[in-house]
Structure formats: C-alpha cells, structure tokens
Design a protein around this ligand. Structure first.
Ligand SMILES: Cc1cc2nc3c(=O)[nH]c(=O)nc-3n(C[C@H](O)[C@H](O)[C@H](O)COP(=O)(O)OP(=O)(O)OC[C@H]3O[C@@H](n4cnc5c(N)ncnc54)[C@H](O)[C@@H]3O)c2cc1C
Length: 378
C-alpha cells in the first residue's frame, strides 16, 4: 500500500499509528503543529495503564493493550517506563451513586473478569497487606493485578522515532489548517505556512482537541467533544514513607495516585485547570490544587506533609458527551478518519487503538472493536 497516508497530530495516537503503518510499508506523513508529545501525551511523570473501572465499551481495547504494553519497549528499541504495578480502586462506602460502593464491587469484578481482565474484590485486611498506609476509612478495593503505569512522554517519542526508522516522515512545527476536497475525498491538506500536502490514501485526524475544528472545516460536522485541562501534581513525600505502591483510583473521591520509580508521587484524578484565552493555554486553579492535595491526604495521611514540587494544567484533553472516544469516518467523506474525545483515559488504550486504525487503513474495513466508538451513536 503506497498511497500516501497523512496523519495530523504527534501525540501517542498519531505516533503509534504512524509506527504500525510504516512497519507495514505504508507511505506515512505525520504533521505535528508543535513538537512530538507536546499535547496530552507529554509532560512529567507517568500515566495509568488501567482496565479497572474503565467504561465497559473500552475493555476489549484495554485487553488488547495489556498484551502490547509489556513488549513495546523491546519492539521500539527504547524504554517506555512500563511497569505492571497492579491497580486498586479503593472503596469507602456501601453505595456510591448507582454504580459504586461495596454493594457493586462483586458485580464489577465479575463483568471485568468475563471480559478478560483479572479482577479481585479485596476486603479491608487484604487492602492493608497491599497498601499498609492507606486510610482506615477504606473498607474494600477492586484489584486488577495486570494494571500498571508507563512513561507517556518517552513512549510517544519512542514511537515517533521508530516510525521514522521505518520510513515515516514526522514533521514538527507544521499545523494543518485546511483541506481540499474532490467530492467525498480529501485530496490534500494545507499547513499554516500555506504548503499543500497531498493525501493519496487516508487522512487520519489524531490531533485530540484540534480535531474538532478540522472536522468542522472539512465536513461541517460538529463533534460532541470539548476541551478540558486535567491537572497533574508531583509530590515529594520525603523520607516518611506512606507512598502508595500500586496504581490507585478511588470509588467516590476524585483521586488517582501513582508512585514513580524515584519515590515521588504523581497525583491527578479529575481536578481541572482553566483555559486562558488571552495566552492560548491552560493554567492552574489554586482551589483545584488544594482540593487535590487535600483529597490525597485524606486517603494517605502521610501525604499531608509531602512537598509539592510541580503542578501543571497546560495539557489539553478532549472529552466526549458519553465519556468514550469518537473513532470513525468523518461524515460526508470516504477517506478521512477521526479519533478524539479520549475523555481523560486515552493513553493506556492507544497502542491497541493505533494497531486497529492501521488495520482499518490497510484493509479498508473498520475493525469490530472500534464499532462502539462510531459517530452515528450520537
Ligand atoms: C494530566 C493528564 C493525566 C492523564 N492521565 C491518564 C492516565 O492516567 N491514563 C490514561 O490512559 N490517559 C490519561 N490521560 C489522557 C491521555 O494522556 C490522552 O487521552 C492521550 O495522551 C491523547 O493522545 P492523543 O495522541 O490523542 O493527543 P495529544 O497527545 O494531545 O496529541 C495531539 C497532538 O496534535 C497536535 N495538533 C493539534 N492540532 C493540530 C493541527 N491542526 N495540526 C497539526 N497538529 C496538531 C498537538 O500539538 C498535539 O501534539 C491524561 C491526560 C492528562 C492531560
């Protein structure tokens, strides 16, 4: 297949798809507005590689990603920082809304197991064996031993380098601003410098929040997807210990915790910054920083005294109306595929999504695992 495939966006989705396609001999041009891993796929620390309590429609993708992550570093020839730490979703309440709490734990574990994700419900004693410093309020947990963490920046850059080695062109500092159509096909894209780049085969819009205006430009369609600014904090717990040992999420508190190899702790879990329109970037909200620190200290008391080293809310992420991505042909076109709306959990599944996108481009038919993510569902 030598018709030129153009990919917009040098995050994990764009770089991984470029790598899979280039390995199969495709002529791939990836165009990135800034630098590789300058969006949601970059920044300090690590990201969770988690199946636990993921939307069930994404579980088959995560199951496939479980198989890819452990061998990815060797295949790329560069470290990915992947570690299978195991993941715990901590439970304090009997019921949380309609879907959480101890009453729902066995049902979630059963469904996850049925979908190929090893999952156990841990009682309070077993939770403390795995996480001795967790708050006494935690009474149970859903445990997925195959969950883990990976270095998002290193993985994304490694994928871009590996794609280049297989012959892909990866251009940085090149934003796509427009496209030319001939009937239902996009035949070229236009960059911010006015250059026209031909599209012989498929155009893949994998530029996260930037896909929304490009889809509008190309087809007039309005994706039900918007921008959020997830907050990430880096804590130094000092020598007191009390750090979590696993990837941790929480049943009702907005909290995600992971310990980095150097002992520092990365904190996130649903706290947001805000968009500064004048500067065109995301910025921190002090209330969110304090809220995130306070929540962490409620669950891990020792983290009360941890030193905040870094805080960031500059990396925009796309969220969709039902919390799972849109991966589909752009309406009214026959050769444009968009992937966006990752809703805060697109990193872990990206290698599986990219492999399926490459398969779709090469065969012309959409793989079944991508069917739940159609635009038509809206
Ligand atoms: C703080 C934080 C914590 C997170 N934690 C987790 C986690 O624990 N687990 C998990 O699975 N996921 C997590 N996520 C989500 C995950 O990181 C994202 O879903 C994923 O990285 C999205 O990758 P992407 O390649 O689609 O987008 P991006 O990495 O954002 O890449 C898109 C690229 O497109 C470029 N671009 C935009 N417009 C254009 C244009 N017009 N022309 C050319 N290039 C363009 C941008 O510059 C950018 O580099 C987190 C995200 C954040 C921000």
């Amino acid at each position: 297949m030598r018709e030129r495939v153009v990919i917009v966006g040098g995050g994990i989705h764009g770089c991984a798809t470029a790598w899979y396609l280039a390995r199969q001999g495709a002529d791939v041009h990836l165009l990135e507005a800034a630098t590789v891993a300058s969006g949601a796929s970059g920044g300090f620390g690590k990201r969770g590689v988690r199946a636990n309590r993921r939307d069930l429609r994404e579980i088959p993708l995560m199951r496939a990603a479980y198989d890819i992550w452990p061998r990815l570093a060797e295949e790329l020839g560069t470290p990915t920082g992947y570690e299978r730490t195991g993941g715990l979703n901590l439970i304090e309440r009997e019921t949380t809304g309609t879907t959480g709490g101890t009453v729902a734990a066995e049902a979630h574990a059963n469904v996850q197991r049925n979908l190929g994700i090893p999952t156990e419900v841990l009682d309070t004693g077993r939770v403390r064996e795995l996480e001795p410093d967790v708050s006494a309020d935690v009474r149970a947990a859903l445990y997925c031993p195959m969950d883990g963490i990976a270095d998002h920046t290193a993985t994304t850059r490694g994928l871009a380098e590996a794609a280049r080695r297989h012959g892909a062109t990866v251009r940085e500092g090149t934003a796509v601003v427009d496209a030319h159509r001939d009937g239902d096909r996009v035949t070229s894209v236009v960059t911010d410098s006015g250059e026209t780049v031909d599209v012989g085969g498929t155009l893949l819009l994998l530029n996260n929040t930037g896909a929304v205006p490009l889809v509008r430009e190309i087809s007039g369609a309005e994706l039900p997807v918007w921008r959020v600014l997830p907050q990430a904090l880096l804590l130094n717990p000092g020598s007191e210990g009390g750090s979590p040992r696993h990837l941790l999420g929480h049943d009702h508190r907005p909290l995600a915790l992971k310990r980095l190899p150097d002992g520092r702790v990365m904190l996130s879990g649903g706290w947001r910054g805000r968009w500064n329109a004048e500067q065109g970037r995301g910025e921190l909200l002090q209330d969110s920083v304090e809220g995130n620190l306070g929540t962490a200290a409620q669950v891990f008391r020792h983290l009360r005294d941890a030193r905040l080293e870094t805080a960031d809310a500059s990396r925009a992420e796309s969220c969709s109306a039902d919390g799972i991505p849109v991966v589909d042909t752009v309406p009214g076109t026959s050769n444009v595929i968009v992937g966006t709306g990752w809703s805060g959990h697109g990193f872990a599944i990206a290698p599986a999504v990219a492999k399926l996108l490459a398969q779709w481009v090469c065969t012309g038919s959409r793989p079944d695992h991508l069917l739940p993510f159609s635009y038509a569902r809206f």
